[in-house]
Design a protein around this ligand. Structure first.
Ligand code: GLT
Ligand code: MN
Ligand code: MN
Length: 388
């Protein structure tokens, strides 16, 4: 049996903010000490990760001087090169500082919108310096509690203008970033703009350079919206827009839990891994999750190892699914082919349409056929539960 030990070839990444999470929540203080970035790099590399991602302020405090910034960046770069980790993705913290309390790119205050752009351009410079080629935009504060401010349409326009501006900045600097929008329905705002993968896909089509923008969908966020994550990811892949992915887990209807990958819904995680592996997704697999607040440092590394191990175990299950004769027979039986009808429906021609309109269907037979999904699903469960 494989030992499910990750290697950099598996392209697993974590954010500095994930393994560095101190356990603070709205009701309680930190339960773990702050760890410095070079230490987190060393520990992640030892576990077999490929890379580490960051917000500007995960590394450089918001009020750091230029000299302090440069020293922190140098120390971080040294740790990356010492331990062989890369930084594939960077992003901006546009949610912690009180200046962003009513939004960043969608603030009703033009000064805040301008500051958000300034801060993001500096953070893009930092990401480029570290070698990142993907730039994530999570609009955590881009939303409202009160719609009496009347900014719903304006906010979408301000958001669009900001994204167009940042894409033009990236191109003018030669950074070549691919921007990945990360939707979330709520928390910390009551209603966040562009709340789902579908909304973000629709919005991207309205940008000046839509080809530079894609998605960074997160398991927890679509689940919070009551939606299926594999379905959302499939739509992003179909649109050629799966630029990055945030893997974690979540109980529906709760606060954003950011649980260890597969911890809550291993069956959903299995279908997600199947989709990623079979679609040829080649980007990093980023775990945007953190250890439970109950945990000490040993729990943090158990959490990180567990995320990667579960992915690899599920990847192995995907292979077994593909090799399981009974499952493959059930799948083949599920998909009914009909060469004559598929010829008529493949392309519209007046002749095809005429023949299709004249075709006599046995509707009763179509309605009575059992597709075998109960048996197929049980076979899948038994595979996942380890008895086949
Ligand atoms: C924050 C959020 C995540 C986003 C990160 C990127 S920050 O932790 O909960 O879902 O991916 O800004
Ligand atoms: Mn989350
Ligand atoms: Mn995320």
């Amino acid at each position: 049996m494989a030992d499910f030990t990750p290697t950099p070839a598996d392209r697993f990444t974590f954010g500095l903010w994930t393994v560095g999470n101190t356990g603070r929540d709205p009701f309680g203080e930190a339960t773990r000490p702050v760890r410095k970035a070079p230490y987190l790099v060393e520990k992640l590399a030892a576990l077999g990760a490929y890379g580490v991602n960051l917000h500007d302020n995960d590394l450089v405090p918001i009020d750091a001087t230029a000299a302090q910034r440069d020293a922190l960046v140098r120390e971080f770069q040294q740790a990356l090169s010492d331990h062989g980790l890369v930084v594939p993705m960077a992003t901006t913290n546009l949610f912690s500082d009180p200046a962003f309390k009513d939004g960043a790119f969608t603030s009703a205050d033009a000064r805040v919108r301008a500051y958000a752009l300034q801060k993001t351009m500096h953070a893009m410079d930092l990401g480029a310096e570290l070698g990142a080629d993907t730039y994530v935009l999570w609009g955590g504060r881009e939303g409202t509690e009160v719609d009496a401010g009347g900014k719903l349409l304006d906010a979408l326009g301000w958001f669009r203008d900001s994204l167009n501006y940042l894409a033009a900045y990236s191109e003018s600097q030669g950074y070549g970033y691919r921007f990945a929008l990360e939707p979330k329905p709520n928390e910390p705002r009551a209603d966040i703009f562009l709340p789902t993968v579908g909304s973000a896909l629709g919005f991207i089509a309205t940008l000046d350079r839509p080809e530079l923008f894609g998605l960074n969908p997160e398991f927890a966020h679509e689940t919070m919206a009551g939606l299926s994550f594999p379905h959302a990811v499939a739509q992003a892949i179909d649109a050629g827009k799966l630029f990055h992915i945030d893997l974690n887990d979540q109980k529906m209807g709760r606060f954003d839990q950011d649980l260890r990958f597969g911890a809550e819904n291993p069956k959903g995680a299995f279908f997600l891994v199947k989709l990623l592996e079979e679609s040829g997704y080649a980007g990093p697999k980023h775990f945007d999750a953190h250890a439970l607040r109950t945990e000490d440092e040993a729990g943090v590394w158990a959490f990180a190892r567990g995320c990667m191990r579960t992915y690899l175990i599920l990847r192995d299950k995907v292979q077994r699914f593909g090799q399981d004769a009974e499952i493959q027979a059930a799948l083949a039986a599920y998909r009914v082919q009909d060469a004559e009808l598929e010829a008529l429906t493949g392309t519209f021609t007046p002749a095809n349409a005429g023949a299709l309109k004249a075709h006599a269907f046995d509707r009763a037979a179509l309605g009575t056929r059992g597709p075998g999904l109960e048996a197929l699903d049980q076979l899948t469960m038994e595979l996942l539960l380890g008895v086949r």
